[in-house]
Design a protein around this ligand. Structure first.
Ligand code: AMP
Length: 290
């Protein structure tokens, strides 16, 4: 543990973070937790700022979790900007940062808890990234055991992940102890959802990627006039028509379980969810339709 200024305590090891948080809990401090994979941007910082409104002590973790990458090349290329991340976190007075190595999260000779999420882990992102949500469940369970937060803040940018983690918290029997906060997606002025992966796009790529949100917004205007299948076809074709762009899916789904809908009256709340490759980089976005 070492403070880099009067505000931030840095932890590389779970045991020292646990000791620090034990003391905070004894002083009756309420702990808010924001797990991240670093390469921080204003979207991540908005979660921390929201956490600071509700909790006395906010912990941010920075850990690129190998278990949730099904593609080793994607893991290798994931941006890592630790020094800058720590500066950003200090600038908004984040109290504690945990930035472990792999061994500290997954110690050798210990078994890691595994969870199953049924259909939710097999559709949409789960279908295109096999094993991804099992890996997310594994790391978040471990982090929750270490931090034991009162509140967990997650971004709706990864909407399916929000539902997976809600299920995880339920399966761990922590629903009473941990308040979940699903926070709105922070966007660039262009509408592009902020993402660590955007750093790998060219300026032209960012312009192309901004079309994703324009198409999402067009779906909001058009939906009463089309069936979900027709609208999805339209959106897929619109994305396919862009250079260097390859859509994987545009799905309309029930907001509660993400199962696809065939008619608008099948569900009270519907979300549109999109995955698109732009310049070889996989981007996701989603929004509430109604
Ligand atoms: P990541 O570092 O991508 O694993 O994201 C860490 C947390 O930040 C997750 O809860 C994400 O959903 C959230 N997040 C990522 N991008 C955004 C964004 N543009 N707006 C709000 N939250 C975000």
């Amino acid at each position: 543990m070492r403070p880099i200024n009067s505000y931030v305590y840095l932890f590389k090891y779970a045991h020292s973070l646990e000791a620090f948080l034990l003391k905070a809990r004894e002083e009756d401090q309420k702990i808010g937790f924001v797990p991240t994979m670093g390469a921080l941007h204003a979207g991540h910082l908005s979660l921390i700022t929201e956490a600071q409104k509700h909790y006395d002590l906010v912990v941010c973790s920075i850990f690129v979790n190998p278990a949730q990458f099904n593609d080793p090349a994607d893991l290798a290329k994931y941006p890592r900007t630790l020094e800058r991340d720590l500066e950003l976190l200090a600038s908004i007075h984040t109290q504690a940062v945990y930035f472990p190595e792999v061994d500290d999260v997954y110690p050798q000779n210990t078994t890691t808890e595994k969870f199953q999420f049924g259909q939710l882990e097999e559709i949409l992102e789960g279908a295109h990234r096999p094993g991804h949500f099992a890996g997310v469940g594994m790391v978040v369970a471990r982090l929750l055991r270490i931090v034991q937060p009162h509140g967990l803040l997650l971004g709706e940018k990864d909407y399916q992940q929000c539902l997976i983690i809600a299920s995880l918290v339920h399966q761990m029997g922590l629903t009473e102890q941990i308040q979940l906060h699903f926070c709105p997606t922070a966007r660039e002025v262009s509408g592009l959802a902020m993402s660590s992966r955007n750093e790998r796009l060219s300026e032209k790529g960012k312009e192309l990627a901004a079309q994703i949100y324009l198409i999402i917004q067009a779906c909001r205007d058009k939906y009463p006039h089309f069936t979900p299948v027709e609208l999805s076809d339209w959106a897929m074709h619109s994305l396919e028509a862009l250079p260097d762009t390859r859509p994987e899916y545009v799905a309309f789904a029930d907001a509660g379980n993400l199962l696809p809908i065939n008619g608008w009256n099948e569900s009270k709340e519907v979300r549109v969810l999109v995955a698109v490759w732009v310049e070889g980089i996989r981007l996701i976005d989603n929004a509430r339709l109604f």
